[in-house]
Design a binder for this molecule. Structure first.
Ligand code: NAD
Length: 252
């Protein structure tokens, strides 16, 4: 087992489920000390990491509320006094036709996916900037966007707008905080998590989700591997970029 992130402290939001849970486990396997943040208690992720010999701390946090995020960063700072890696993975998806969906749905999606990324990003950069670092040792932020930032999707316009917004935050912060903090995004294609909800889909929709050049939906572990790369030493010349593990759904 390589320990390329040994001694690093990482924060993963959305760590109770899906891509965030797989990412937290992957970073812990690479040796990072991982703070698991989620609106739902991330007990299962915590137990899995501990069973594999990793080190983690769980914090319940709603990323859309400033005070909740402030309490999270107090807990992160109290734990090891520093932050090296932050992964903005918490997110929600709501279907809604523009002419029918309540404005409150739009507001909530923006609050969690975009405002949440902004609040967590701001808190993480503050703590990373205050953390002592050897020359050439850069802080890392990885924001989770989506292939839908590029494609758009009917009846998911609010979600698509948040993910395009996440790319805007990523590129702007990459410029603002270079060279000390590298900020990149991951734009997954369809991934088998509770958010995608393959189990409750009709067979026709399930086929449609897997209708990409690689012929299947992806796994959370495949996204976690991309995030681990962006968090690690091999990505030292990457900032402001978006990596798209999407089965070939979008080719730019
Ligand atoms: N699954 C996919 O097909 C797919 C594709 C592209 C991008 N994404 C993105 O990947 C990220 C992870 O999604 P997933 O598929 O693992 O979904 P998921 O539903 O399995 O996990 C999302 C996690 O975010 C948490 N969360 C929701 N609201 C929160 C809040 N206000 N504060 C803190 N935590 C909150 C949930 O409790 C959950 O644990 C999301 O940003 C999503 O938009 C997913």
């Amino acid at each position: 087992m390589t320990q390329e992130l040994a001694g690093k402290t990482a924060l993963v939001t959305g760590a109770a489920s899906g891509i965030g849970a797989a990412t937290a486990a992957e970073l812990a396997r690479a040796g990072a000390l991982v703070v698991l943040a989620d609106i739902a208690p991330p007990d299962r992720t915590m137990a899995d990491i501990k069973a594999a010999g990793g080190v983690a701390k769980a914090v319940v946090c709603d990323v859309s509320y400033e005070t909740s995020v402030e309490e999270l960063f107090e807990a992160v700072a109290d734990w090891h006094g520093r932050l090296d890696i932050a992964v903005n993975c918490a997110g929600i998806l709501r279907e809604g036709r523009l002419l029918d969906a309540p404005v409150a749905d739009f507001d909530r999606i923006i609050a969690v996916n975009l405002r949440g990324t902004y609040l967590i990003g701001r808190g993480a950069i503050r703590l990373m900037t205050a953390s002592e670092r050897a020359a050439g040792d850069t802080g890392r932020m990885i924001n989770i966007a989506s292939e839908l930032a590029y494609l758009g999707r009917e009846e998911f316009s609010a979600y698509c707008a948040t993910k395009a917004g996440v790319l805007g935050l990523t590129r702007s912060w990459a410029r603002e905080f270079a060279p000390g903090i590298l900020v990149n995004a991951v734009a997954p294609g369809p991934i088998d998590t509770p958010m995608l909800g393959l189990d409750s889909m009709s067979p026709e929709w399930r086929d449609k989700e897997g209708d990409v050049p690689l012929g299947r939906v992806g796994t959370p572990a495949e996204i976690a591997g991309t995030i681990r790369y962006l968090a690690g030493p091999a990505a030292s010349y990457m900032t402001g970029q978006t990596i798209s593990p999407n089965g070939g759904a979008v080719m730019l």
